[in-house]
Design a binder for this molecule. Structure first.
Ligand code: 5GP
Ligand code: ZN
Length: 115
C-alpha cells in the first residue's frame, strides 16, 4: 500500500523516475539522486515504514536479507575499496525522507567522505 505523498513510495510504483539497482517482491534499491560517492545506493522496503522504530521485524528482516546481494553487485560494478551502511532515524539524526532506507556508500581511496 502506498503512503500518500511519500517520494520513495512514488519511486517504487513508478510515478517518479529512479535509477534502479535491484528489485524484488519486498525490496527496491536505486541510486541516490545526490551521490556522496559513486554508486551511492538506497535500499528500501516496498512496504512503507517511516523509520526503524516503525518497522516490524519481518520487514526489517526482508530488507537486510537483500543487502549482501546488492552490496556484492555494487562491489562488482564500482570496484570500491570498501562500503559503509548508514541509516538515519528521525530529524535529529539527519533523516530527510521518512520512508525507511539504508544507504550503501561505496568507498574509494581519498574520497573525502566521512560521517
Ligand atoms: P536521509 O537523510 O533521509 O537518510 O537520506 C535521504 C536521501 O534520499 C538523501 O541522500 C537524498 O539525496 C536522497 N533523495 C531525496 N530525494 C530523492 C529522489 O527523489 N530520488 C533519489 N534517487 N534520491 C533522493
Ligand atoms: Zn513510502
Amino acid at each position: 500500500m502506498d503512503h500518500q505523498d511519500c517520494i520513495f513510495c512514488k519511486i517504487i510504483n513508478g510515478e517518479m523516475p529512479s535509477a534502479k539497482v535491484y528489485e524484488d517482491e519486498h525490496v527496491y534499491a536505486f541510486l541516490d539522486i545526490s551521490q556522496v560517492t559513486k554508486g551511492h545506493t538506497l535500499v528500501i522496503p516496498k512496504k512503507h515504514t517511516k523509520d526503524l522504530y516503525d518497522t516490524p521485524p519481518e520487514v526489517a528482516g526482508e530488507l537486510f536479507a537483500r543487502i549482501p546481494r546488492i552490496a556484492n553487485a555494487i562491489k562488482e560494478t564500482y570496484q570500491p575499496v570498501g562500503i559503509n551502511l548508514l541509516n538515519n532515524n528521525e530529524k535529529g539524526a539527519g533523516q530527510v525522507i521518512f520512508h525507511l532506507h539504508i544507504h550503501i556508500i561505496p568507498r574509494y581511496e581519498d574520497d573525502g567522505f566521512s560521517f
